[in-house]
Structures are given as structure tokens and as C-alpha cells.
Design a binder for this molecule. Structure first.
Ligand SMILES: *Cc1c(COP(=O)(O)O)cnc(C)c1O
Length: 387
């Protein structure tokens, strides 16, 4: 992974500056929130490249340039949510086309694929992409897209992206990677050969739990144009205020991710050694079955940790017993969150599928924030002692 982009700037500098010039009218250093739906034209067809805000918005474009630079891509296409971004990728396909998807994706992705898009005639096969050969075996002549998530939500499984790229491209299928969990600070799929990196920017990119947003990043001009066409035609655009908030968030992505990585590792080590915890899933632990791949493909292991507590009752005791870790869905914000995926984020996944994936009623997922790590460990220690 190259540390510098074509501007010769490193990640932290790009996070703060990429995509943003002082505003020309006043010199404002922050991109203004262009809270407008339309733009006045001097004469018929005589405009400044801005006609209607579903199609063009300068605040949104600043965010898109910024995140594209962080992912090492050339185009960002922002959406109203992570699911809208993923849906737009599948809308590049037509009825009769086939998608190979990782089986342990975010629950809402699985629901959209099986309950909405499959109804419209796109076919899906779900595989365990820890074994890239499963992707190969599922490929058909009409496969146009491979959709992966690594690390997966919530089991922290990894897929070897270079192997997956080779398999997808052999069959001329697009490879899309949901990079929400890793964030571009820890992993850059486009630089490993993926065609599309998608995010729920609701999570680490924005980082402050105050917007819903999504973004797709690509390197190919034609692919960017196709995604923009889908967005213009389907309408899932983010508002300028949310884009501005996300852009404020990405300025500190490198600082936050360093702290998330550090705290995540401290919490994972603590939980792994705690007698009340049966199993800890964290790619940064040497005991993780894919730790070697994690160190090769990622530069940090995030604040996402999952633990098996052995029963739904013990899981409930833990998530209701913490005081700093708040019981809530979502992840990637500065504050620590805790939850039970089977009853929350993954409730939409059928129980028999959850069982196969290991998303048991006793599985607890933690999004470790950037608070003082000693307070976080004390909080967990207290809650575990009371079980
Ligand atoms: C939250 C999430 C999504 C969905 O994003 P929204 O912004 O909630 O629509 C997709 N993928 C992953 C990995 C997520 O965590």
C-alpha cells in the first residue's frame, strides 16, 4: 500500500485537506453548506455546471473528493446511507445477472439482497469468503458482481482480497468491498485491485454518531459515471448538512482510528483473558485464525470486537451491565457501544442462517470508542463480575 497519493501527501494530510479549496467568494477555509435545491441560470443552458441538487452539490463534491483521496481512488459517489450505496452498486446489474456475496455481511445488506433485489430478478449466491475457492465455485457465466465484507460484521472473518480480485477478474465480474469496518485508514481495497469500495459513512468515516450516510469509491471513470447515473436516476442522495458533518469527521479519521485501534486491541486482550468470556473474535489477536492475513492486508484492527458469552442470558447481563458502553445499534463513533447482534443488527437474518454463521444469542458485539482505555476496561470488568 502506498502511503502517499499523487499530491505526494500522506494519509493524515489528505484527511484534512484533500478535496477542499478555500471558498472563492470569501476565502472561507471550510467548505460552505450549500443548502440549496437549485441554481439560477444566466440564460437558457448558461450555468456554472450546477443545475439541480440531486445531481450536483458542492458540499457533497468536497466530501466525495476527500474520501476518494483517503481510499486511494479517483471518484467518490456519496449516498444517503450505506445501504443506498450498496444498492446502487447492484443496480449496475440487470435482471438475470448473478451476484456472489459473502454470507456474513451486515444484516441489512443480506435483507436487501434476498428480500428486495432478488425479487427484481437479480440472483444471489452466498459463500464463506474466508475460503476464496468458495467464490470461484459459485461463479457462473452471468456473474457480474462479487460483494465482500472484510472484516465481516459481526464475526470478524476476513477475506483475502488479492485472491478474490483474481477470481472476480478472471470472470470479468466487478469486485465490491464493504470497507466500513476497517475504514480506509486500516485497509484500502482499491489498492489491492478491488473495483469498488463502499462505506456506511454513518460509522467510522463520520465517526460521531450524528448522521446516516454512504459512499462508493472507484478508480475507473466509466464506472463512476455509471454509479452517478444510477444515483441521479434513483435519488438516494445525502443532504449538504450531512455531507458537511461527515467532512468534519474525516478530518480526524487518522487520529480517531489510531485510538480505536489501540483501545480495540486493549479490550480484545482483556476479554480474551477474562474467565467469563468463552471466545473473543478480533483480527488483531494472534489467536484469530486469520491473524496472518490480517497483518498482511490491514494496517490496524479497528475498535470492533465480538465475544461469545455462552448464553443469551449472559449476553444480556453484559450489555445491560455496562455504564460507559451504551446499549445501542451502530458502531464507529467516538463513544463505546455494545449490543447483541442476533437481537439487534442481525435480527433480519433468519435464525437458521445466524446459527450457521455463529451469530448466536450469546454473541456480544462491542464498538470500542476513544474514551480513556482504563475506564473502558473497568466498565467491562465490573459488568462481567456481576454476571
Ligand atoms: C451499518 C452498515 C451498513 C449499512 O449502512 P447504513 O448507513 O446504516 O445504511 C452496511 N455495511 C456495514 C458493514 C455496516 O456496518
Amino acid at each position: 500500500m502506498s502511503e502517499r497519493d499523487e499530491t505526494n501527501h500522506r494519509f493524515g494530510t489528505r484527511a484534512i485537506h484533500a478535496g477542499q479549496e478555500p471558498e472563492p467568494a470569501t476565502g472561507a477555509i471550510m467548505p460552505p453548506i450549500f443548502q440549496t435545491s437549485t441554481y439560477v441560470q444566466a440564460g437558457l443552458g448558461d450555468h456554472k455546471g450546477y443545475e439541480y441538487a440531486r445531481v450536483q452539490n458542492p458540499t457533497r463534491e468536497a466530501l466525495e473528493r476527500n474520501v476518494a483521496a483517503l481510499e486511494g481512488g479517483t471518484h467518490g459517489i456519496a449516498f444517503s446511507s450505506g445501504l443506498a450505496a450498496i444498492e446502487a452498486v447492484v443496480k449496475l446489474l440487470s435482471a438475470g445477472d448473478h451476484v456472489v456475496s459473502e454470507e456474513n455481511t451486515y444484516g441489512g445488506t443480506h435483507r436487501m439482497f434476498t428480500k428486495v433485489l432478488a425479487r427484481l430478478g437479480v440472483e444471489f449466491t452466498f459463500v464463506d469468503s474466508r475460503d476464496p475457492e468458495q467464490i470461484r465455485d459459485a461463479m457462473r457465466p452471468e456473474t457480474r458482481l462479487v460483494h465482500l465484507e472484510t472484516p465481516t460484521n459481526p464475526m470478524m472473518r476476513l477475506c483475502d482480497l488479492e485472491a478474490a480480485v483474481e477470481i472476480a477478474h478472471e470472470r470479468e465480474a466487478l469486485l465490491c468491498v464493504d470497507n466500513t469496518f476497517a475504514s480506509p485508514y486500516n485497509q484500502r481495497p482499491l489498492q489491492l485491485g478491488a473495483d469498488i469500495a463502499v462505506h456506511s459513512s454513518t460509522k467510522y468515516l463520520n465517526g460521531h454518531s450524528d448522521i446516516i450516510g454512504g459512499i462508493a469509491v472507484v478508480n475507473d471513470d466509466a464506472l463512476a459515471e455509471d454509479l452517478r447515473f444510477v444515483r441521479k436516476s434513483s435519488g438516494g442522495v445525502p443532504g449538504p448538512m450531512d455531507c458537511w458533518l461527515c467532512l468534519r469527521g474525516t478530518k480526524t479519521l487518522h487520529l480517531r482510528m489510531e485510538a480505536h485501534n489501540r483501545n480495540g486491541e486493549a479490550v480484545a486482550r482483556f476479554l480474551q483473558e477474562h474467565p467469563a468470556v468463552e471466545e473473543t473474535h478480533y483480527p488483531g489477536l494472534p489467536s484469530h485464525p486469520q491473524h496472518e492475513l490480517a497483518t498482511r492486508q490491514m494496517t490496524g484492527f479497528t475498535g470492533m470486537v465480538a465475544v461469545e458469552m455462552g448464553s443469551g442470558e449472559r449476553a444480556r447481563g453484559l450489555v445491560e451491565g455496562t455504564r460507559i458502553f451504551a446499549l445501542a445499534e451502530s458502531l464507529g463513533g467516538v463513544e463505546s457501544l455494545i449490543g447483541v447482534p442476533a437481537l439487534m443488527t442481525h435480527a433480519s437474518v433468519p435464525p437458521e442462517r445466524r446459527a450457521v454463521l455463529g451469530v448466536t444469542d450469546g454473541l456480544v458485539r462491542l464498538s470500542v470508542g476513544v474514551e480513556d482505555p482504563d475506564d473502558l476496561l473497568e466498565d467491562l470488568d465490573r459488568a462481567l463480575a456481576s454476571l
